[in-house]
Design a protein around this ligand. Structure first.
Ligand code: IMP
Ligand code: MG
Length: 178
């Protein structure tokens, strides 16, 4: 039986905020289309689908995958496991991510797309654990600021579990002892 999870952000609160983010994105990208939306696998998938169903400007979607959280590598060393398939030069890029924690992943990803010559690169993250930041990352479209707790659900996992929950829950226990 699964551990009980404490609901941090309900399904209806998520959907309400996502609708607001979509409105902001529509306003900012009206004359910068198609907008190239790049989801960071796998955590961003639920968020990206719900967000882009509401966005009205034309988009192109692609995905990239980075090295996983709490891997054996040195903290701060981020690997690209799966790269995007599309050309970046001259495109308006919006990176879509589940959560910004230490900031190492996003600072690497944003730097990579700037290096490749994107016309603009912005970041849309559902959750922002700002207290945990080790490198500065500015979140252009931020869903919810959260405390420095371990969360699961709505794409976010603990060892690949709980992604399918329609809400964000706080994992009540030591994530390393699950
Ligand atoms: P960062 O490089 O430390 O900012 O970490 C980013 C990645 O760590 C996110 O894309 C998530 O995959 C993972 N992560 C960070 N905090 C949590 C959490 O509370 N629950 C689940 N995954 C997390
Ligand atoms: Mg992630």
């Amino acid at each position: 039986m699964d551990r009980p999870l404490q609901v941090l952000i309900s399904e209806s609160d998520l959907q309400r905020r996502i609708a607001e983010l979509a409105t902001e994105i529509d306003r900012d990208y009206q004359d910068k289309t198609p907008l190239l939306c790049i989801g960071v696998l796998k955590g961003s998938v639920f968020f990206m689908v719900d967000l882009l169903k509401r966005v009205k400007v034309p988009v192109v979607i692609d995905f990239l995958q980075t090295s996983s959280y709490r891997s054996g590598t040195t903290p701060g060393e981020v690997r690209i496991r799966k790269d995007v398939d599309v050309a970046i030069r001259g495109r308006h890029v919006l990176i879509i991510e589940d959560i910004v924690d230490t900031g190492h992943t996003l600072s690497t990803v944003l730097g990579l797309f700037r290096f490749r010559g994107a016309a603009s690169v912005k970041l849309c993250a559902l959750l922002d654990k700002h207290e945990a930041r080790e490198v500065p990352v500015s979140v252009d479209y931020s869903g919810f600021p959260i405390d420095n707790v371990f969360v699961v659900g709505y794409g976010l996992d603990l060892d690949e579990r709980y992604r399918e929950l329609p809400y964000i829950g706080v994992y009540d226990g030591d994530p390393s002892e699950d």
